[in-house]
Write a protein that binds this ligand. Structure first.
Ligand code: NDP
Length: 278
């Protein structure tokens, strides 16, 4: 059972509005146990990537969870070294095999890079038209990347997964994506443990709503219409991060978290870094 609201993407596919991310979770028993724990706790969206090197463990956990394949929404991503039309088709096949499945729910370009993302996306369009992926999209694309892609391609990206958290609330990209009907998904939603969860604003709201700072932040994302994929290998936090659907932040409290923004990036900038952190 899960109480996570499903949100409709621009192609009609429904996706859980909260999921579980596995960046930096080690392949093997670590990722296997973490994903099993997440699925047991009610998560139905798992966000992995070829670059994380843990697709096998993710796939094994999903198989052993007792859930039907169509009850779990799997996202994976094309890594930089596999960009380009033919490389992407081959990389997709490898991801399928590692995950032990015959389709992917959401396939994303992991990082724009410089010259190859249009070609890469065209291969993803082919996979989409063949029914091997249910939705396609991008990560770390800024507005010019999105405009360029949409001019060159047929299928509008369903998702832009970007660094987004209270220190960097990405208002401009969120507004553009809303206008274009592209769903925004936040990575690093909890500031990757590099932010201050005990800052006054989170503490104050935590006391007011009797929720943890992490829950307050995840709820803020949710009310902003953003899909979140918090990562934790700590079973109590895995459960805690899901428990955000029984309260609502008042508009003035949403504003307080909005005001925390410093446009402070915690990771690489896709405009200046062509390789990302891969
Ligand atoms: P998050 O913002 O999810 O932060 C993860 C960190 O927060 C971990 O150190 C975790 O610790 C800690 N944490 C989790 N829950 C809590 C809690 N309730 N209270 C206090 N601390 C908590 O960062 P991620 O970078 O992992 O982003 C989430 C997901 O986004 C990734 O796992 C990945 O799937 C995706 N991603 C995508 C990128 C892209 O380029 N497309 C880039 C980066 C991430 P612990 O595990 O020890 O509990």
């Amino acid at each position: 059972m899960t109480n996570v609201p499903m949100w409709k993407l621009n192609n009609g596919v429904e996706m859980p509005s909260l999921g579980y991310g596995v960046f930096m979770v080690e392949e093997g028993e670590d990722v296997y146990n973490a994903v099993l724990e997440a699925l047991k706790s009610g998560y139905r969206l798992i966000d992995t990537a070829a670059a994380y090197g843990n697709e096998e463990g993710v796939g094994r956990a999903i198989k052993d969870s007792g859930l039907r394949r169509d009850e779990v929404f799997i996202t994976t991503k094309v890594q930089n070294k596999d960009q380009g039309f033919d490389n992407t088709l081959a990389a997709f096949q490898t991801s399928l095999e590692k995950l032990g499945t015959d389709y992917i729910d959401l396939y994303l370009i992991h990082w724009p890079g410089k010259d190859l993302y249009v070609e890469t996306y065209k291969a993803m369009e082919k996979l989409y038209k063949e029914g091997k992926v249910r939705a396609i999209g991008v990560c770390n694309f800024h507005i010019p990347h999105l405009k360029n892609l949409m001019m060159a391609c047929e299928v509008k990206p369903a998702i832009d997964q970007i660094e987004l958290h209270p220190l960097m609330n990405q208002k401009e990209i969120r507004e553009f994506c809303k206008l274009m009907d592209i769903q925004v998904e936040a990575w690093g939603p909890l500031m990757q443990s590099k932010g201050d969860l005990s800052a006054f604003v989170f503490q104050e709201l935590s006391d007011k709503y009797q929720k943890t700072s992490a829950q307050i932040i995840l709820r803020w994302h949710h009310q902003n219409g953003v899909i979140v994929i918090p990562k934790s290998v700590t079973p109590s936090r895995i459960k805690e991060n899901m428990n955000i659907f029984d309260f609502e932040l008042a508009p003035e409290d949403m504003k307080k978290i909005n005001a925390y923004n410093l446009d402070k990036r915690l990771s690489a900038d896709p405009d200046t870094n062509m390789r990302g952190f891969l």
